[in-house]
Write a protein that binds this ligand. Sequence first.
Ligand SMILES: [Zn+2]
Length: 156
Amino acid sequence: MRCPFCGNVDTQVKDSRPAEDHVAIRRRRFCPACGGRFTTYERVQLRDLVVIKTSGRREEFDRSKLERSIRIAMQKRPVETERIDQMISGIVRRLESLGDTDIPSKRIGEITMEALARIDTVAYVRFASVYMNFQAVGDFDKFMSELRPTSTPDEG
Ligand SMILES: [Zn+2]
């Protein structure tokens, strides 16, 4: 695994342990060249998924993009990181078992909302309200880019 700091490909695994209720393996890595430390996750990938955007454009499914939008919706909510990771893995597992590797971005939004609704109402409302706005104009890409952290008055 290449060091993200200096590019050295010869990095060492310092520690491996199960994460997300044994759905993933978390590895702490060390780069002897620059002293950098970073973490990688190993997960089962059943199928290579392709996202069909509203524009018709196709793009390889990127778990980290989904993760980012969910973490923004979950911001400052009293839900453990571990539980959020499990939810994200659950969403990905559902996407992988849809029967088709080509998945409309709209479907991903729906499945994500269902999962959020079960875990945290506030996060669900945050996600859904932004989602619905952009559903109206049919631009899910724009929706994903508009879903950004915002500060609310009660958070001082
Ligand atoms: Zn390095």
